[in-house]
Design a protein around this ligand. Sequence first.
Ligand SMILES: CC(C)(COP(=O)(O)OP(=O)(O)OC[C@H]1O[C@@H](n2cnc3c(N)ncnc32)[C@H](O)[C@@H]1OP(=O)(O)O)[C@@H](O)C(=O)NCCC(=O)NCCS
Length: 171
Amino acid sequence: MIRPERREDQPAVFQVNLEAFGRPNEALLVDALRRSPTFLPELSLVALDGSRVVGHILFTAVEVKGTTRSHPALALAPMAVLPAFQRRGIGSSLVRRGLDDARALGHAVVIVVGHPAFYPRFGFVPAKPLDIRAPFEVSSAAFMALELRPDALRGVRGEVRYPPEFADVEG
Ligand SMILES: CC(C)(COP(=O)(O)OP(=O)(O)OC[C@H]1O[C@@H](n2cnc3c(N)ncnc32)[C@H](O)[C@@H]1OP(=O)(O)O)[C@@H](O)C(=O)NCCC(=O)NCCS
């Protein structure tokens, strides 16, 4: 079962991120992003096993800032599944549901920094050849983009501007 998070899910979402990443950075990032204007409550999704939150995915609003114009996009980050529940397809289900919901809400482009073996199965392609650039050091294979409707990536180029909360996550 996957649904948007509710207020009472917040401690469990924190725990899922804490345990999946083995550090508090991403859990704290989610808490910080909830207070950001870039937070989209419909796109903070939880995966449930019974009534227990075992997975979480978040999409926040970003911009791809080109020289003449900026393009709205979403950043997929972070995503986490409790270690005991990994490799059962929960993460993939969260990605698919998140992309479907984002499309239904009218979003057009999604950016992700993630495993190059995982995200292409959902349609993500390397962003660098499209001249979409990250504002930080990242291997070009890990920096990917996806269009939620045909040709949505056409003309989208520039540097991705993340909410400032992301700057605190690496440690
Ligand atoms: C990434 C993550 C959310 C995937 O969730 P999941 O429920 O295990 O995902 P799925 O069962 O759909 O697995 C699909 C793929 O994930 C990858 N994967 C999942 N768990 C993995 C693990 N422990 N080690 C390495 N790869 C893993 C595999 O490539 C797998 O591909 P396969 O189908 O070819 O085997 C989960 O492993 C996790 O929480 N990891 C720690 C946090 C993290 O790194 N998040 C992503 C960065 S934001």
